[in-house]
Design a protein. Structure first.
Ligand code: FAD
Length: 410
């Protein structure tokens, strides 16, 4: 006999667990399915930015976040060709700090909250398609586990299968970035309570990208590099080569001189920028990476995944209260996302597309060393706390753009 629920959620990453948690707390019966057994790893930088911290706190995990074994950061350190500066973290409801926690732990903690709220979790269940009734309405999902096929019935399905999931492929956005990371022990750099971001020439030469070193609280550091697919396709190197070359750049090479790798380097794709995905259909919502919710500049996706799940859960509740699973009702979820993020994502994407140009960016980085307001706006547009439009309005940024236009024209 088929298993039934008010809501089936596919994927138990941050987006799926958040959807399941908030929906179960609103009184819905929820089935949360993942093809993997938990705890499971997810290739990531492990950085929990201030707004992710706020979302995680809203799921009742404030005490868990403060565990002394978790890496915590109170600022950002930006390293570029010409500039080097630090800036404190913009405050969140949890305080002016962020965390660096291995995803294997974060995702297990979020899933546990969803289960505690009443969601039923089934691991090792690979969802193969969204099931529909004879009249075309969503009726649940078809899945495979242990060579068996099964059906999970619900009038509403939330797809939270990440960048790597193939479900409702046709609804997903195509714009992408790729990134590679590896854990190291004994990294010797300064300011371990800062997230270190490296805007290197090589990663920005033909598009936008950056490298990072994020310190965990257990003696390890998460070291990575990522760039847009466009930038990668124009580069003469593969992602693996770019990552290896990043490890050899100063000061990274010096910080890694006595470091030992802890496990292999791993790569994964990112769906960024919000545009291009069709996140709502009859009986259907897409959340997190499945809905292309990664911030176009920072590559941060955990907080946005959790927040989109919270919003989708509110519309799942409303759909059940009104017995209306139409795309019209659920489009409120899409509108809510746009109200919240459209400007920031649009301006961020515009920046990444129009200005992946160190001739424009380096003068801005250099000016940020001495201009506190510019530095703050720069970091806030990276964390998503401010839209890039705010940055573009700054006189020094404006001047840098005008100079570059004049240079190109002349
Ligand atoms: C190298 C790298 C570094 C990053 N660094 C950061 C960072 O520092 N901070 C940050 O905030 N974000 C970062 N991101 C982005 C972040 O990892 C994602 O935005 C985040 O994982 C999105 O969560 P999600 O729940 O949407 O998807 P996921 O975490 O990918 O979860 C999707 C789940 O769906 C399951 N699934 C897939 N298909 C099926 C199926 N057919 N049936 C059942 N289950 C299925 C998977 O097993 C998985 O558990 C980084 C990404 C990369 C690649």
């Amino acid at each position: 006999m088929a298993d039934r629920a008010d809501l089936v959620v596919v994927g138990a990453g941050p987006a799926g667990s958040s959807t399941a948690y908030h929906a179960a707390r609103s009184g819905l019966s929820v089935l949360l399915l993942d093809r993997q057994e938990f705890p499971r790893d997810k290739t990531c930088g492990d950085g929990l930015m201030p707004h992710a911290v706020s979302e995680i706190s809203l799921m009742g995990l404030s005490d868990w976040l403060s565990d002394p074994r978790h890496g915590r950061f109170r600022g950002f350190a930006l390293h570029t060709q010409t500039a080097d500066f630090k800036e404190p973290v913009p405050p969140s409801i949890h305080g002016p700090r962020g965390y660096v926690v291995p995803r294997i732990e974060t995702d297990a903690a979020l899933l546990e909250r969803a289960r505690k709220a009443g969601a039923r979790f089934r691991g090792g269940v690979h969802v193969t398609e969204v099931a529909r009734s004879a009249d075309g309405r969503v009726a649940g999902v078809e899945a495979e586990s242990n060579d068996d096929t099964s059906r999970f019935e619900a009038p509403l399905v939330v797809v939270a299968d990440g960048s790597g999931g193939g479900l409702v492929h046709e609804r997903k956005a195509h714009q992408n970035a790729v990134a590679r990371r590896q854990y190291f022990r004994n990294v010797s750099g300064p300011d371990k309570d800062h997230l270190h971001i490296f805007a290197t020439k090589e990663l920005n030469e033909r598009g936008a990208g950056y490298g990072w070193i994020f310190y965990l609280g257990d003696g390890r550091a998460n070291v990575g590099a990522g760039l847009t697919n466009e930038a990668l396709s124009r580069s003469s190197y593969t992602l693996q080569q770019l990552f290896d070359r990043f490890l050899k750049k100063q000061p990274v090479a010096e910080w890694l001189a006595d470091a030992k790798p802890d496990g292999p380097a791993r790569s994964w794709s990112l769906k960024m920028g919000m545009w291009g995905a069709r996140r709502v259909g009859q009986g259907l919502m897409l959340v997190g990476d499945a809905g292309s919710m990664i911030h176009p500049i920072s590559g941060e996706g955990v907080g946005y995944a959790i927040q989109s799940g919270r919003l989708a859960a509110a519309f799942a509740h409303e759909a059940h209260a009104k017995s209306d699973f139409s795309a019209r009702l659920l489009s409120g979820y899409e509108k809510g996302l746009r109200r919240e993020w459209a400007l920031r994502y649009f301006s961020g994407r515009a920046l990444v597309k129009a200005l992946p140009n160190l001739a424009v960016l380096e003068p801005i980085f250099k000016a940020s060393e001495v201009d506190r307001e510019l530095r703050r706006t720069l970091i806030e547009s990276f964390t998503g706390d401010a839209s890039v439009f705010k940055l573009l309005k700054h006189p020094k940024v404006f001047a840098s753009l005008v100079r570059e236009r004049a240079r190109k024209a002349g």
